[in-house]
Design a protein around this ligand. Sequence first.
Ligand code: CA
Length: 423
Amino acid sequence: MRRIDSWVESANSTETHFPLNNLPYGVYSRAGSQLHCCTAIGDNVLDLAALEEAGLISAGQGPVFARDNINAFMACGAAAWDAVRDRLIQLLKDGGDPALRNDADLRAAAIVPMDDVAMHMPFQVAEYTDFYSGRQHAENVGTMFRGKENALPPNWLHIPIGYNGRASTVVVSGTDIRRPLGQMKPPDADAPVFGPCRRLDIELEMGAVVGTPNTMGQPVSVDEADDMIFGYVLLNDWSARDIQAWEYQPLGPFQAKVFATSISPWVVTKAALEAFRVATPEREKQLLPYLHESRPLLYDIELEVLMQSGSAQKPTSISATNYSNMYYSAAQQLAHHAIGGCKMNTGDLLGSGTISGPEKSGFGSLLEITWGGKEPLTLDGGETRTFIEDGDTLTLTGFARGEDYRIGFGACAGTILPSPELS
Ligand code: CA
């Protein structure tokens, strides 16, 4: 698959995250303007409400893009997703339909430099579930918490383990994050203490976004689950390790994970990622039939984590890995989620679990990179870190690499602010 060239010149670079092959979905505003759904093309956003109003695109069920989220469009279903994508490619490609290219007023209204816009939450998160499907991460954390012999829980090779998180604190890239307060018990203390989290961390994840629902009580196959997925985002599952270590047994994380989850402003569609499908790794234990995949359902997506202190001029790359390291695909996670009868809705968000590569240079959390804080990390300016300090900015980025183009997700960034004062 080659790059599809566009008359929007900046989309034809080999480096841009947003060539015409991508066409991700997001929500933007300009100063004083209403929020509208948009796509990205090169260095610009393209206002989909303007194209819809001009009669150039349609999702088939009335206007869906003059809104502050893409949920209505996602709910239109796969035929509408394909139709709008095909139409956008026709309108933007070299030698395609000239209706937008030849209309100067519409071009001026609809094509806006990214530097001039604010990006917002792309979709209304119905509910948020976070999984634990990266094997290297599970083995690393298990080794630190329970010892090497008991690193993987006995269910791990049979079930995509997950827990129900909070939709209310899923925020878009660029949103500042307050260091959480909570209860923790230092290893040498007799009693728990209360205060600002001291071991604040990231988790490098991908999020799958559910486009179309299933019926309560009606399971879906893995293939049907894949059809339900609209697209993917970068996801940082901010984690308070000291709060987590004290609270997690027996029901799993609670306060350690509820304070914030950041996502990229762009939802990259399955259609854009189709050329980059790869299979999940060989199964160590045969999975039960309801989790069988009939085709490759993971993706080859290169991922990177950058860290920058409040006083540094530039960020330092602290990890590089790949989404293909997952043991379970998002479609398997979704099928597992629905198998007991759970209804999944438009806008449900499924976190993959932390994506750690096999080497330390590819670990997806500071807990693993600094091995529980025992091996501090040195940033490019000479500062050292075990966990995140106030003023630090953590950025996830990622793209699938084609022959002469990239399918990128942009960035998923957040800066840590001090804990709130208690009155
Ligand atoms: Ca997580």
